[in-house]
Design a protein around this ligand. Sequence first.
Ligand SMILES: *Cc1c(COP(=O)(O)O)cnc(C)c1O
Length: 360
Amino acid sequence: MAMWKEFIRKTIPYVPGEQPSDKKIIKLNTNENPYPPSPKVLKAAVELGEKGADDLRRYPDPEVKKLVQTLSAYHGVWPENVFTGVGSDDVLSVAFLTFFNSPKPVLFADITYSFYSVWTDIYRIPSKTIPVDEDFRIHVSDYNIPNGGIVIANPNAPTGISLPLEDIRALVEANQDSVVIVDEAYIDFGGQSALALIKDYENVLVVRTFSKSRSLAGLRVGYALGSETLIKAMNDVKFSINSYTMNAPAIKLGVECVQDREYFAECIRKIKDTREYTVENLQRNGFKVLPSDANFVFASHIRHPAKKIFEGLKKRKVFVRFFDKPRINNYLRISIGTDDEMRSFFKELRGVLNDLALDF
Ligand SMILES: *Cc1c(COP(=O)(O)O)cnc(C)c1O
């Protein structure tokens, strides 16, 4: 084997959910928002097409000032408390690289967003997973062990279960020698934000995304809120890799999105209502459903294996997410779509359950 092959970085990548091109598929597998982005975003996108030549010809603002200012006003913090990136995956990746350089392990739950272990692996960060209990709950007292950092998704993925603010506060209080990252990708759909803690604790980083609650997964916008010390350190790392992470259209459309508060609130309300309907109907069809504060539910059927249901739905052009992993391989993660999409989902689901009952 040629020597250079030995020196290729070997890593096992994160596997994202499928993005099929067939528009007829009912797509409930990647927690996208079923509603379109704000009309203000779409209008700004048209304007970009009509008179955005300079926006494209020139480099974007490396400091992303307009979006940073808009987010700081929205959250009532200083611009120095805001970091932006290309989706929260980019923000989290920069945070891992910036803060997790201790020889002690970084802690996260065994059942959580599977990208965390991909980053600790590629950045050679020691890590340790902390098991959630048999009801998939996180106990923050389990994290009171020597560590080089902590990452908590709140609400957690793929369970949808959230932790109260008091638990996050206790976690931070007990771990003041570590940076604690709270990944709030789903916080707009329920649960309590840790944002209130960033003024009192210099070591808390709250990470947010425009991909779920703001219907902009395709634009790739994410951000973090934290103390000036944390944000400056992240910017130093970012500017050591790529000054122009966020492109000009993303900055422009991101600003419009944050400013349309009414449309945002309306989308969230609809998704929460549909979540309630979805949970009730799943239970009626023989599923055990974990309590969800997110735009998805995690459910297990009392009789039929999740994998069989997943495959049956797929044949009927309904995509949900199945994780073939220990502890969760009898669960399906089902994103909340529109009411119409969920009605079609239940129609196909009943078909699949009937087929499985006949095979029995
Ligand atoms: C979806 C998701 C993200 C990443 O979203 P981006 O599209 O990269 O902003 C981060 N964390 C969790 C827990 C997620 O589910």
